[in-house]
Design a protein around this ligand. Sequence first.
Ligand code: B12
Ligand code: SF4
Length: 434
Amino acid sequence: MKILLILPHDKIYRYRGFLKQSMPYAPLTLTTLALVPTELEAQIEIIDEGVQKPSYDNKRYDVVGITCVASSSTRAYQLAQYWRDKGSFVVLGGVHPTLMPEEAAQHADALAVGPGEKTWPQILRDFQNGTAQKIYQADYPPELSSPIARRDLLPRHRYLPIPTIIANRGCTNHCHYCPVHKVYGGQSVTRPIEEVIDEIKRLQTKKILLFDPSPTSNKEYAKNFFAALLPLKIKWFGLATTDVVYDRELFELFVRSGCEGLMFGFESLSQASMDKSGKPFNQVGQYKEVVEILHRHQITVLGCFVLGFDEDTPKSLARTAEIVEELNIDLPRYAVLTPFPGTNLFTRLKNQNRILTEDYSFYDSEHVVFQPEQMSATELQQILYRTWQKTYRFSTMLKRARLMQKNGGMSLLANLSLRHYVHKGTLIGSHKWN
Ligand code: B12
Ligand code: SF4
């Protein structure tokens, strides 16, 4: 059986790093799906359209599996049509098809809703036996064993040379704009700790990047996991929520297990926005202290801010870049509030008639796709550009790099890369959906 797995291109990939070569993180979705039942004697290829430009013309596959998020769904559906026309059996899966099954089912021969560890092998077996169904709904077990990712199927040199891995893909929080708790039902979906540790050992690496969207939401699992990391003596980067620094035991484990950098969704400088969005554990008044504590432990801080909450006005957002500078965040990032289809936020804005486009290719967090409460969509888009620009002025970047007690050089490199993104990449002078 010949199988092709595709991660479709989307607007976010127009960005190319300033070193010419794009260096994204190695994705895990398709490499995780690449382990299929041995009796199928499958030949598997993976195409990540973000880093590869394949020619499909003379190719034939029995099964084509396509993953997508909202912003890549348009391309995913085009690809699905292309391969169905060529006679392949097309399977769609991933976050967007899981949240929008009725829409996605129209474009596929079979649809995998939820995690694919069990449904994907089943789909392939059913296809082989001529008994394939239209929809395969996975359950969401609190513990889910996942095969070791087939990283060898990706063009390694196209990615950052630090292996990616995921331990807990769910989250127990309920932020209204976030698809994760909708996809995973507000629960953790964790891999057995021994399995993850074994995979890290096999990687023979000194550094890993943890893809867990919210590792601190299941504190018990997190404590056991980071304790299990201790003997490996590796360095790691990951995500966390700001309250982690106030959980003494967990934070100490972060530090001792080799945490070198964390990405936080600080989201807003308005406490009201955080409270109303179901993220009250983000305490805006503590942000400065949070960053200080992290810096004291030599942990680099990547901070994400979202513009466009209902409480935001042009005036309240005008000083965002300055305040972020005062917080001493090492690598700030900005996004506009995005109502991903299937989320509570999307439902609310739709009911309020505030969704401006349902062309999901623009749902990439850099385009305003809804009517903001206190300004026009164009105003919000411009504020986003201006805030990025101010944050990535040379003087501000140098200040940030100097502040870093270690990794100052790396910080400057990362800052330069984001500056390039702001000026030459996706943002300036680009696109508008209407
Ligand atoms: C790591 C990560 C990234 C990485 C890697 C992305 C990648 N392409 O692999 C980076 C940082 C590059 C990234 C970028 C982006 N991301 Co991201 N990312 C994640 C994160 C935290 C984990 C994804 C992951 O690797 N999970 C582990 C793998 C094994 O699980 P999985 O991907 O869900 O796949 C499983 C199932 O879904 C299913 N499945 C998936 N596809 C298929 C296909 C078939 C055929 C089958 C059978 C099954 C199947 O089986 C798999 C195994 O169980 C998720 C949050 C989450 N929990 O999902 C957000 C998330 C997917 N990202 C999101 C977004 C918005 C983005 C960006 C647009 C952000 C931006 N502005 O840059 C870009 C889009 C890039 C893209 N086109 O994919 C949103 C998607 C929302 C939506 N509805 O569209 C999420 C849900 C985060 C959030 N809270 O909003 N992301
Ligand atoms: S804490 Fe993060 S992953 Fe969890 S629901 Fe909120 S935004 Fe989503």
